[in-house]
Design a protein around this ligand. Structure first.
Ligand code: SF4
Ligand code: SF4
Length: 368
C-alpha cells in the first residue's frame, strides 16, 4: 500500500513539475532560436529582417549584477540589457516565495541535470554519494564563486566605470558572444563542458550542487522564503523515504520547518511520503499545503506578472537599433569575412559594399 501511494503521488505531482519545466524550456528554445537567426544575419553582414527577442539576457547573470549596482546607484534600469535585469529580479523574488524552486521548475540546466541523474542511476543502480566532508568542501565552491562576483562588482568596480561597462561594445554584444561561444565552441571549452557533463553523471547534480553561483545566491535568499517544507513528526512513521528521494540530500526529519540552503521545492519528498499529514510545502508554518499545482502557478504567475510589468513600463526591449548592432558587429570584427556569390557581377558586389557602408553611415549619423 505504501508503495502504491508512493508511486501514485510521485507520478502525479512530478508530472506537473515536468510540464512547467518543459513549458519554460520550450520558451527558452524559442527565444534562443530567434536570437540565433538575428545574430546570424548580423554575422553575415546583413541588416536583420527579424527582431532581436528580449529575454535572451537571462543567461547573462554578470551583466544583471552590474545592472543591479547601476540601479542601486542611480535608480535607473539600464537600456542595454533591461530584460536580463528584470528576469534576474524575478528569479530572486521567486526565491523569497518558493526557495530555490527556479532550479527545479524553470532552469534548463536544472532540467539537464535531472536527466543526467537518470543516467547516473542507470549506471550506479543504488546511486553514488560523496562523503559528508568532500560534499561540504565542494559545496563551498559555488559560494566562493558568488562571493567573488559580488566582491568584484559591488566592492571593486568603481562607480564611474559601471556606466562605461554597461554601454561598452563588450556588454552590448555579450549575448551574441555567448551564442558564438556555443555555436563555434573551442576545443578547450568543449572539453570543459564534456568534463562537467561526465562529472554530473558520476556525482549527482554536480554542476547545480557544487558550482552554480546562481543557485548559491538563490539558496541564500531562500533563507527568507515564505514557502518551506514542514515536517510533522507526530504524523511521521520514520520510513526515511523522503530523505532518500531528496536531491538536495536534506535531513528532512531533523527539523519541523526546514530552512535548508539546498531545498529546490521540487516536492519529491512530499510525493513519496506515505503519510498524508507528515510533510507539506506551505507558507511559513501554515497547515495549508501548496501542492505541485500551487508551486507551479507561483512560477508562471511571477514570471508573467514581472515580464508584463516590464513591458508596460518600457523596460523589456532594449534601445539598441539594428543599425547600431550592425555597426558594433563590424567595428568589433565579429562579422564573417564577406563571401560574395561567384555568380554576382562586379556591379552587384559594389552595390552590396555600398549597402553596408550606407548602414554604417546611418548608425554614425544617428549617434552624432
Ligand atoms: S525533496 Fe523536498 S526537501 Fe528535498 S529539495 Fe525537494 S522539496 Fe526540498
Ligand atoms: S516524513 Fe514521510 S517519508 Fe519522511 S520519514 Fe516521515 S513518513 Fe517517511
Amino acid at each position: 500500500m505504501g508503495l502504491l501511494k508512493k508511486t501514485n503521488g510521485q507520478n502525479g505531482s512530478q508530472l506537473v513539475r515536468r510540464v512547467v519545466q518543459f513549458l519554460f524550456f520550450i520558451i527558452v528554445c524559442y527565444i534562443g532560436f530567434r536570437f540565433a537567426e538575428f545574430a546570424d544575419q548580423l554575422a553575415k553582414g546583413i541588416l536583420p529582417v527579424t527582431d532581436r527577442p528580449p529575454g535572451v539576457e537571462m543567461f547573462l547573470p554578470i551583466s544583471a549584477l552590474v545592472s543591479l549596482k547601476y540601479f542601486a546607484l542611480t535608480g535607473i534600469i539600464n537600456g542595454i540589457h533591461p530584460s536580463g535585469f528584470i528576469i534576474f529580479l524575478i528569479i530572486c523574488a521567486t526565491a523569497l516565495v518558493a526557495r530555490k524552486g527556479f532550479c527545479s521548475w524553470v532552469c534548463p540546466f536544472g532540467l539537464l541535470s535531472e536527466h543526467l541523474l537518470k543516467i547516473h542511476y542507470l549506471i550506479f543502480k543504488s546511486g553514488f554519494k560523496l562523503g559528508a566532508l568532500p560534499d561540504k568542501v565542494l559545496r563551498s565552491i559555488k559560494y566562493l564563486l558568488l562571493f567573488f562576483f559580488i566582491w568584484t562588482i559591488f566592492f571593486k568596480m568603481p562607480a564611474d566605470s559601471i556606466e562605461r561597462f554597461i554601454n561598452s561594445p563588450y556588454n552590448i554584444l555579450a549575448d551574441i558572444k555567448m551564442l558564438k561561444f556555443f555555436t563555434q565552441i573551442s576545443m578547450t571549452a568543449f572539453l570543459v563542458i564534456l568534463g562537467l557533463i561526465i562529472l554530473s553523471v558520476v556525482i549527482p547534480n554536480f554542476w547545480c550542487r557544487y558550482l552554480c553561483p546562481y543557485g548559491a545566491l538563490l539558496g541564500m535568499l531562500s533563507l527568507l522564503s515564505m514557502g518551506r517544507i514542514n515536517h510533522n513528526s507526530s504524523e511521521c512513521s520514520d520510513c526515511g523515504q523522503c530523505e532518500k528521494a531528496c536531491p538536495g540530500l536534506i535531513k528532512i526529519r531533523q527539523s519541523k520547518s526546514y530552512h535548508s540552503l539546498e531545498c529546490s521545492a521540487c516536492l519529491r519528498c512530499v510525493n513519496v511520503c506515505p503519510e498524508k499529514e507528515a510533510l507539506k510545502f506551505s507558507f511559513f508554518k501554515s497547515r495549508f499545503s501548496l501542492g505541485s499545482i500551487g508551486v507551479g502557478l507561483i512560477f508562471i504567475i511571477m514570471f508573467s506578472f514581472g515580464i508584463s510589468m516590464a513591458k508596460m513600463t518600457g523596460h523589456w526591449e532594449n534601445k539598441i537599433s539594428k543599425k547600431a548592432y550592425f555597426f558594433y558587429m563590424m567595428t568589433q570584427g565579429m562579422m564573417e569575412k564577406i563571401e560574395f556569390d561567384p555568380a554576382q557581377t562586379q556591379k552587384q558586389k559594389t552595390e552590396r559594399m555600398k549597402q553596408m557602408m550606407e548602414i554604417m553611415r546611418g548608425k554614425e549619423t544617428k549617434s552624432q
